[in-house]
Design a protein around this ligand. Structure first.
Ligand code: SF4
Length: 278
C-alpha cells in the first residue's frame, strides 16, 4: 500500500499535513506551520478538531454499561489485542483523533493526500490499516528534513492552522487529556475514571483491575504522547508538559477571525465508530 512509500519532498500535488498538538515539544508555533507550507503542504491542520469529535463519541459510548479502555493510542490497542484478548471487547469502538481528523480532511479536501505528523511509530502501523491516512512522517524525520533544507522555523511569520484550530483539546497529548476534555462528569463518577500512562503500569492494572474503574484512559508512553519514541526533545517531561499548556494558553488568546465558525457542521455525516477486532 502507498503508505509504505516514503513521502518525497518537495511535494508534488495537493497535500494536507495533520499535526498533533504534541508538536510544540519539538517545534515552535507558528514556525511549524511556516515550515510545512515551505515544503509544499497546501493545507496544515491541527488534530484538535478531530479530538473534539472523538470526545463527543466517547461521551456517547461511555453512557453504556460496562468497563471501557480508551483507544486513542494504537500502542495500547496493540498490546491489548496481543496480550490481553479477554479485554478486546472492552476497547472503546471509536476512531483515534488521527483517523477522525483524516476522515474530516478527506471530506473537506477531497483532492488532497493526508499526511499525519507523528510522535511515534505506532501511528504508522495504525495508518497502514486505514484508507483515510495516506502517509505518516514522524518528528525525527521532520526535524532532519527541516535541517537539511535549512528551513528557519523561528522566522517571525504570522500564520495559523487552516480551518480547524483553537480547540481546548490541545492537552490531548498529556496523560488524562482525553478524560479531562470529554466533559465526562455527567456520565461517570470521578472514581470510575482511571488515568494511566506507561505501558508497564497499564499492564499492571489490566492484570489486576479494580472494580470501581469503568473507564481506563491510558497511553503506551510514559508521559503520554509528549514522551513518544519519535520525539526529539530531551527536556524533562515536566518541561514538555509546560510547553503544551503554554501553547494552549497562548493560542486561546489568538485573534483569528474565522475561528470556531461552524466547525462541527463540517464533520456532519462522518461516523467515528470503528472496530478493533482482527
Ligand atoms: S502514547 Fe506513545 S504510542 Fe501512544 S499514540 Fe502517543 S506517542 Fe504513540
Amino acid at each position: 500500500m502507498k503508505k509504505d512509500r516514503k513521502l518525497k519532498f518537495p511535494l508534488k500535488g495537493k497535500f494536507v499535513a495533520m499535526v498533533a498538538p504534541s508538536f510544540v515539544v519539538d517545534f515552535p508555533y507558528p514556525g511549524m506551520i511556516y515550515g510545512l507550507k515551505k515544503f509544499g503542504f497546501d493545507k496544515v491542520v491541527e488534530l484538535t478538531f478531530g479530538a473534539k469529535l472523538v470526545n463527543q463519541a466517547y461521551y456517547k459510548e461511555l453512557q453504556k454499561e460496562g468497563f471501557f479502555i480508551s483507544t486513542a493510542c494504537p500502542g495500547v490497542v496493540s498490546v491489548v489485542l496481543d496480550k490481553y484478548p479477554q479485554y478486546k471487547k472492552n476497547l472503546i469502538q471509536v476512531d483515534s483523533p488521527m483517523i477522525a481528523m483524516s476522515k474530516i480532511c478527506k471530506k473537506v479536501y477531497p483532492k488532497h493526500k493526508t499526511v499525519f505528523i507523528s510522535p511515534c511509530n505506532y501511528k504508522k502501523e495504525e495508518a497502514k490499516k486505514s484508507k483515510f491516512v495516506d502517509y505518516v512522517v514522524d518528528y525525527r524525520e521532520l526535524k532532519s528534513l527541516f535541517e537539511k533544507n535549512k528551513i528557519n522555523l523561528n522566522a517571525k511569520k504570522k500564520m495559523h492552522f487552516d480551518k480547524f484550530y483553537n480547540d481546548y483539546t490541545k492537552v490531548y497529548p498529556l496523560g488524562g487529556g482525553l478524560s479531562k476534555t470529554a466533559h465526562l462528569k455527567n456520565v461517570l463518577k470521578k472514581k470510575e475514571i482511571k488515568v494511566i500512562d506507561g505501558i508497564s503500569r497499564v499492564m499492571k492494572f489490566l492484570d489486576k483491575p479494580d472494580k470501581n474503574t469503568r473507564f481506563l484512559d491510558c497511553n503506551f508512553c510514559v508521559g503520554a504522547c509528549i514522551g513518544g519514541p519519535c520525539v526529539n526533545s530531551t527536556e524533562s517531561l515536566r518541561k514538555r508538559r509546560k510547553k503544551v499548556l503554554n501553547y494552549l494558553k497562548e493560542s486561546l488568546r489568538e485573534d483569528i477571525p474565522e475561528a470556531k465558525k461552524g466547525l462541527t457542521k463540517r464533520a456532519k455525516g462522518i461516523s467515528l465508530i470503528t472496530s478493533f477486532a482482527r
